[in-house]
Ligand binder design. Structure first.
Ligand code: PNS
Length: 179
């Protein structure tokens, strides 16, 4: 030992979470087993597309799905992740990697975030059983009538069912023909 006291940094796990999947939850559980605190940071306006779920819905789903883990908090942020991570006092950014192509984007993002904030990124390899699961595929399968129970937490399934009910167009009423 060199006499230095090592304090584990808290981690920030950013994403759109539109919605949270079991792949995300697996990364959160594994990060929470290593770091003393994990802050799940939900971006308010994802760059990719308009989110299906409101920021409150996304946060509520994460809170419900992570209530069995004691050291997880949920927050939202706008703007640069590097700025928010610094303000939140995070020591490490955690990202999940599902497939090799994820690594290509994540590598440059990690280097940019470290250059902007000094905060390093640690990658968690996805559990192979979730390597094909993404929020966008889950939404597509669900709204086309497929089963998504194996891919999302129970709490997310409830909210998705409620969302589908609000989006479903009213059934066309049968046209009455004069006899
Ligand atoms: O779940 P996603 O959509 O893959 O998450 C992407 C997210 C939110 C992590 C990323 O878009 C992000 O960090 N957005 C904040 C804006 C930012 O900091 N951009 C510069 C990245 S170097």
């Amino acid at each position: 030992m060199n006499g230095k006291v090592h304090v584990s940094p808290s981690a920030i796990y950013p994403g759109s979470f539109d919605p949270l999947t079991l792949g995300h939850l697996d990364v959160i559980e594994r990060a929470a087993a290593v770091f003393p605190r994990v802050l799940v940071a939900v971006v308010v306006n994802p760059q990719k597309r308009e989110p299906l779920f409101t920021i409150d819905e996304r946060k509520q789903m994460i809170l419900a799905a992570t209530k069995h883990i004691g050291n997880v908090d949920v927050a939202d942020f706008r703007g640069l992740l590097a700025d928010f991570a610094k303000r939140a006092g995070a020591g490490v950014i955690v990202k999940g990697l599902r497939v090799v192509s994820d690594f290509e984007n994540e590598m440059s993002t990690a280097l940019m975030n470290r250059s902007l904030s000094g905060i390093d990124t640690m990658f968690v390899p996805s559990d192979p059983k979730y390597s094909f699961v993404s929020s966008s595929l889950v939404k597509e399968v669900f709204f086309l009538g497929g089963e998504i129970d194996p891919y999302v937490p129970e709490a997310v399934l409830h909210v998705m069912r409620a969302k589908r009910a609000t989006l479903r167009p009213t059934e066309p009423t049968e046209e009455k023909h004069p006899s």
